[in-house]
Ligand binder design. Structure first.
Ligand SMILES: NC(=O)c1ccc[n+]([C@@H]2O[C@H](COP(=O)([O-])OP(=O)(O)OC[C@H]3O[C@@H](n4cnc5c(N)ncnc54)[C@H](O)[C@@H]3O)[C@@H](O)[C@H]2O)c1
Length: 303
């Protein structure tokens, strides 16, 4: 049993004015963190703004005896991202934890998707995570400690009808987290991704009968763990919903090797497609180096 504490830790939670982000901010603050509660306060499609969204969560934290400040900057510009991190540094002296959670939806089928809906979704989810995480990473590197949690989605990792913009942005976050995990390793910076399933304003119409069983509070414990010093995992993806927590991973199977120096035709691919696709004996590479380590002996004729 660990007693997970955030005393003397400084956390930024983006999009923490409601939904999932609010539960993370409340929980981290209850466990002693000083929290920057960031939220633009707009509608689900990203339009509008309302400073009271973040402030209400700050008021609740303070009323509970915790420490928090509000930030109303948008994650979707470099200036906004820098201002959010600066708020943490100015208010609390550093930043130890970034939970990239802010998000919007502009669902359209691919045939009907307009450029403005692509841009808006990429700006908030993917570029927004860059804009907040990069200045935070620099502070963490200096301090030799950091924890990132990125919010992907099963819509990207597994796919979902009508969400090309959202799915691509969310899968992009997996790539961002993977590389941060590698570049941050020496400085004790860990980076992981979650794919949540929870009843919020974003999903209440989609979930149907599932809605009552998937409270946001059931995602919070995993995020709290990943944001903590107790978390030894990095470079990983987790699904969390309704009380089920499970690893999601990208695996590399042994495949089919044509032989050293062989020439290969499309017909050879067709003939061997079952072996190429077979999943037995996969590894979960943690870098390109892990993949090459398996390939090199084949290329050298050692296997
Ligand atoms: N609820 C789910 O089942 C589910 C599933 C997969 C992924 N997600 C992701 O989880 C995250 C949280 O979503 P939620 O379900 O709590 O929805 P939500 O709409 O309640 O929360 C998103 C928050 O982000 C804020 N926000 C939007 N644009 C912003 C910007 N530019 N700058 C700062 N804040 C901004 C919103 O004001 C809102 O409070 C999102 O990234 C979403 O894509 C949710």
């Amino acid at each position: 049993m660990t007693d997970i504490s955030f005393v003397e830790r400084v956390a930024i939670v983006t999009g923490a004015g409601g939904g999932l982000g609010k539960t993370y901010a409340l929980e981290l603050a209850a466990r002693g963190a000083s929290v920057v509660v960031n939220d633009l306060g707009g509608a689900t499609d990203g339009t509008g703004a309302d400073a009271s969204a973040a402030q209400k969560v700050v008021d609740e934290i303070v009323a509970n005896g915790g420490t928090a400040v509000a930030s109303h900057d948008s994650v979707s510009t470099p200036e906004g991202g820098a201002a959010i991190v600066q708020t943490a540094v100015d208010s609390f002296g550093k930043v130890d934890i970034v939970i990239n959670n802010a998000g919007i939806l502009r669902d359209k089928t691919f045939a009907k998707l307009e450029n403005k809906d692509l841009e808006a979704v990429l700006d908030v989810h993917l570029k927004g995570a860059f804009y907040v995480s990069q200045p935070a990473f620099r502070v963490m590197k200096e301090n030799g400690y950091g924890r990132f949690v990125f919010t992907a989605s099963n819509a990207g990792v597994f796919g979902n009808f009508g969400q090309t913009n959202y799915g691509a942005a969310k899968m992009g976050l997996v790539g961002l987290s993977n590389v941060i995990a590698i570049e941050g390793a020496k400085a004790n910076i860990k980076s992981n991704v979650i794919c949540p399933i929870a009843r919020t304003r974003m999903t209440e119409e989609l979930l149907g009968p599932l809605a009552d069983s998937v409270s946001p509070e059931l995602v919070t414990p995993l995020v709290t763990y990943l944001a903590s010093e107790s978390c030894e995992q990095t470079h990983e993806i987790f699904s969390a919903g309704g009380g089920r927590y499970a690893r999601v991973f990208v695996g590399l199977a042994p495949g089919w090797f044509a032989g050293k120096g062989a020439s290969v035709s499309a017909d050879d691919i067709a003939a061997n497609i079952d072996q190429i696709r077979a999943q037995d004996g996969y590894i979960v590479p943690n870098s390109i180096a892990d993949e090459l380590q398996g390939l090199l002996p084949l290329l050298k004729g050692e296997k």
